[in-house]
Design a protein around this ligand. Structure first.
Ligand code: ZN
Length: 162
């Protein structure tokens, strides 16, 4: 069986940046299970995995455009400190959920703190990075009807519903 649209795929993976720093890995935990073609994982990785079989290993370098996007400096802004309530607790690198201009929720990271303002960045922490994946395909199966309706994987390595 080869990976195609609507396959449920389990992978072991290791993610490094261009300097070789380990950014994420499935080592020590279960493989990552995703529904192929449903946008569960970044598009560059889906493209690289299409047509692959169990046991195959691949190394792929993915450009920001096909990963978490390019950095957008307009997503970085200084906001008044009082918006943060308990501002003494705010630390550089901390993440908060904020409401974006269109009412959607975005995750922001604290970049800088001055006497009056806190600079937050709404770019994804991996925006602008080339991502280097080493992937091994562990399992491929067909998605169930329910998984296709939900757009995600069920079962031991996937979503659990009450
Ligand atoms: Zn579900």
């Amino acid at each position: 069986m080869q990976i195609s649209k609507d396959s449920v795929v389990s992978i072991d993976y290791k993610l490094t940046d261009d300097s070789g720093n380990l950014m994420d890995s499935s080592e020590g935990s279960d493989p990552l299970a995703y529904l192929h073609g449903a946008g569960n994982i970044i598009s560059g990785l889906e493209t690289a995995l299409l047509g692959k079989s169990v046991g195959e290993e691949l190394k792929v370098r993915i450009a920001p455009e096909d990963a978490y996007g390019v950095r957008d400096d307009s997503k970085k802004q200084a906001v008044p400190k009082e918006l943060f309530g308990d501002e003494e607790e705010v630390k550089i690198g901390a993440q908060y959920h904020a409401e974006g201009p269109d009412g959607t929720h975005v995750a922001v990271t604290v970049m800088e703190i001055t006497d009056d303002t806190i600079t937050v960045d709404a770019n994804h922490p991996l925006a602008g990075y080339h991502l280097n994946f080493e992937v091994k395909i562990v399992e491929i199966r067909s998605a169930t009807k329910e998984e296709l309706e939900h757009g995600h994987v069920h079962g031991p390595h996937g979503h659990h519903h009450d």
